[in-house]
Design a protein around this ligand. Structure first.
Ligand code: TH1
Length: 755
């Protein structure tokens, strides 16, 4: 077993109590690496490869301790010596190998796959600087490279390496592994990240995230989603994608042969789940490898590949559906573009009358999702509503051709991270009330026995208060900002995007600010917290951040309002921040324009931690409502049929809503004198114009209903018995959203792995 005191003396020649948090982190990292080294990797015949451009794994120390069964012991031992595991964990720098829900989903899936004892690895890229580190200057988002690769790290370099042939040069990869441990599991899996040794941060221009986009050998794995607003950026993304999938395909074939495959039976040995379209080039790449290196006929190679690849669609937003000009693929890898043209010919001759299912369109643009649907055996959506929209509207022609390929797999979250590690207080409460069976089988419904038990509801309330105090301390310690732990904590954390409608919440804040100035004082003070990054090329999203930061400053300065209302935008929101924010939340903002949020997974994390949801009828919100019942969730807004109809018939006119007497002053406040004094005219005017004249994602259509429901929620908060009962009911029904359930569905219906 672990003796931290001895370890401290051995490594740092001093008692544990004198070690810094970074030193203790180092001791624990080595310990966990050692323990996980002892576990054998899964090696059953059939194996899953989850190929993804993103893995938002978060910090690993606490989770690995928990999964190995050392969490309680280490926590106590540290406390005995005056140390706290939370503070030690602040010495760990989390990799930003993802941007949002899609990458975090991949990380939750790896946890569940391993916990269920299934043989499955994640495959992706080892970006040196990940996405970017967000800093705020002059109320604006600025970009810094996110240095996560310093020592110490969880990565272990392997001996494995492949050659990836591009048009004008060949690159040789290196493979780095991170062990993936399951909860109380005796076997492990791995996250396998490919990299290129010649890549160097030296080519990044000082104090920016800019670099020479044409220098592939030195830039290939520097950043996740390099700016693609010019052709060089586009090409770089294709270089990255092809590098990722060529390595993945070579790894998959090599490992299958090692496990006994003769390559013709490859599909019995390996199943590949591609996370959205970013890894779609694995289809032509497998065909290339099978035909050129394994002597297999083209048509047979196509069939083998088709039997291996399954595709998950995560969005219907047209700007996120990848389309690459044929000539760009040709520029990067002509062999692959030729194979895609052959596949396209097959489709065009079979479905000549359905142009919407052709892989290459009349403008010589390749539709990656179409390639994935035709040449994979499975296509799934990520919530009931999203899958219905795919089948009925977005992918209707494909659904008519291949109804058997389509299925729904409602997303999930791992309870090990989002409950046991993030909220140990709520965890021990649950253990006391309903036992510990839920650690492996996530059913929490037994908690409903306590629905009317006042003592239990008081405990729940006390836990939430404790978590608010922890959030307050954390924010003070790490960011130097103050919040009131006695206020209602109301949170919207997610990527900044117009469809997620952070701007609608900002308009509510303006409403509330004006209302308080009129003398309508909230019974309990309110803290509204935002977190999230905006894509560097997305101008309106930057403007939304600017608006919120300016509002935050305005309110902070206003002594008439600041005792009752605080707006905070947490800088550089990431997994680690989420682990503090979510347990402290009373209110979860899930207010996307109906039909646009494929699922959402933050919504599930908040529910599990006892927050009440303000929700539109979108993504998995619909399923939350089905589970908890209409009286335990605050739903509002137009439903997806109405929204889809408005888009189809060009039926939305923002001006119509803007002119309404309750709305106009709120929108115009964006460019009012006090705002222009704090903020930047150009940004605020651009956003004001956009909302007034365009409002493509219809923030105004639901605004009046949104204001009403928010007022209702704050009012209900005052009725404690009712509030905490609703909170309990939400927790009790969250079991469905365990990613263990999601993975069991993937396995029974798509992967068919043995366990
Ligand atoms: C997200 C979806 O927006 C979200 O609703 C869903 O819960 C999550 O995926 C997991 O399924 C997506 N993230 C991305 C990122 C990129 C492209 C498409 C999507 S969809 C880069």
């Amino acid at each position: 077993m672990l003796n931290l005191q001895n370890q401290a003396r051995e490594t740092f020649n001093k008692p544990l109590a004198d070690c810094s948090n970074s030193e203790i982190y180092k001791i624990l990292l080595d310990f966990v690496q050692n323990e996980s080294q002892k576990l054998p990797v899964n090696d059953s015949k059939r194996k899953l490869y989850y190929v993804s451009a993103e893995f938002l794994i978060g910090k690993l120390l606490t989770n690995n301790l928990l999964n190995l069964g050392f969490y309680d012991e280490v926590k106590e031992e540290l406390e005995k010596h005056g140390k706290s595991l939370d503070e030690v964990e602040e010495a760990e720098h989390e990799p930003s190998l993802g941007n949002g829900g899609l990458g975090r989903l991949a990380a939750c899936f790896l946890d569940s796959i391993t916990t269920l004892g299934l043989n499955g690895d994640g495959v992706g890229l080892n970006y040196h600087f990940g996405l970017f580190r967000q800093v705020f200057e002059e109320n604006k988002q600025k970009y810094k490279p996110d240095e996560w690769l310093g020592e110490p790290t969880w990565l272990k370099k392997s001996e494995i390496s492949f050659n990836v042939p591009f048009k004008s040069f060949t690159l040789t990869s290196s493979l780095y592994d991170i062990s993936v441990l399951g909860y109380q599991q005796k076997t492990k899996n791995r996250l396998r990240l490919f990299d290129l040794e010649s890549v160097t941060g030296d080519i990044i221009h000082k104090d920016s995230i800019d670099f020479d986009k044409t220098n592939i050998k030195e830039n290939l794995t520097l950043f996740l989603y390099p700016d693609d607003s010019d052709r060089e950026g586009n090409l770089l993304r294709i270089y990255q994608q092809y590098f990722m999938v060529s390595n993945a395909a070579q790894l998959i074939i090599a490992e299958a042969i090692e496990r006994g495959s003769n390559v013709k039976d490859l599909a019995d040995y390996a199943v590949i789940q591609i996370n959205d379209t970013h890894p779609t080039l694995i289809i032509p790449e497998l065909i290339r490898l099978l035909t050129t290196e394994h002597d297999i006929e083209f048509s047979e190679a196509v069939e083998i590949t088709r039997n291996m690849v399954a595709f998950t669609n995560h969005t219907i937003l047209s700007e996120a559906l990848e389309k690459w000009p044929l000539e760009d693929i040709e520029e990067v890898t002509p062999i692959i573009s030729e194979i895609i043209e052959q596949l396209d010919q097959m489709i065009k001759s079979e479905f000549s009358n359905y142009p919407k299912v052709h892989i290459i369109d009349d403008n010589d643009v390749i539709h990656m999702a179409r390639l994935a649907i035709h040449f994979g055996f499975s296509t799934n959506g990520v919530s009931e509503l999203h899958t219905e929209i795919l089948k009925d509207i977005e992918l209707h022609d494909f659904y008519k051709i291949y109804p058997e390929k389509f299925s729904n797999k409602t997303n999930g979250i791992t309870f090990r991270r989002w409950l046991m590690a993030a909220n140990p207080e709520l965890t021990s409460f649950l253990n006391q009330k309903i036992g510990t069976k839920w650690h492996k089988d996530a059913d929490l419904k037994a908690l409903l026995d306590y629905q009317k038990d006042e003592e239990t509801l008081d405990e729940l309330k006390a836990i939430k208060h404790d978590r608010k105090v922890q959030l307050k301390n954390h924010l003070e310690r790490t960011k130097g900002v103050k919040i009131n732990p006695n206020s209602i904590i109301d949170i919207q954390i997610k990527r900044i995007h117009e469809y997620k409608r952070q701007q609608m919440l900002a308009l509510y804040i303006i409403y509330k600010y004006m209302d308080i100035k009129k003398g309508n004082i909230p019974a309990t003070p309110i803290t509204i917290i935002f977190g999230g990054k905006a894509a560097p090329a997305y101008t309106i999203a930057q403007d939304i951040i600017h608006l919120i930061l300016c509002l935050s400053e305005l309110i902070d300065q206003d002594e008439q309002v600041n005792p009752y209302l605080k707006v905070l935008f947490v800088e550089n929101y990431n997994v680690g921040e989420a682990e503090y924010l979510i347990p402290a939340a009373n209110i979860s903002e899930q207010i996307s324009l109906a039909s646009k949020e494929a699922s959402g997974t933050g919504n599930m994390k908040f529910m599990l931690n006892g927050a009440l949801t303000i929700a539109t009828f979108d993504g998995a919100n619909v399923e939350i409502e089905e589970l908890v019942g209409n009286e335990n969730i605050y739903t509002f807004g137009r439903i997806s049929e109405e929204i889809v109809d408005l888009y189809e018939n060009d039926g939305y006119d923002s001006m119509y809503y803007y002119k309404k007497a309750t709305i106009k002053p709120l929108v115009d406040f964006i460019v009012s004198d006090p705002m222009l004094e704090i903020g930047n005219k150009e940004n605020l005017e651009r956003l004001h114009n956009d909302i007034k004249y365009k409002d493509y994602f219809m923030a105004l259509i639901d605004l009046i209903e949104f204001i009403a429901i928010k007022e209702k929620v704050y009012e209900d908060y005052e009725n404690e018995k009712v509030w905490w009962e609703k909170s309990l009911v939400n927790i009790a029904h969250a079991g469905f959203f365990s990613s263990d359930r999601t993975i069991e569905e993937y396995n029974h219906e798509i992967w068919h792995l043995d366990n």
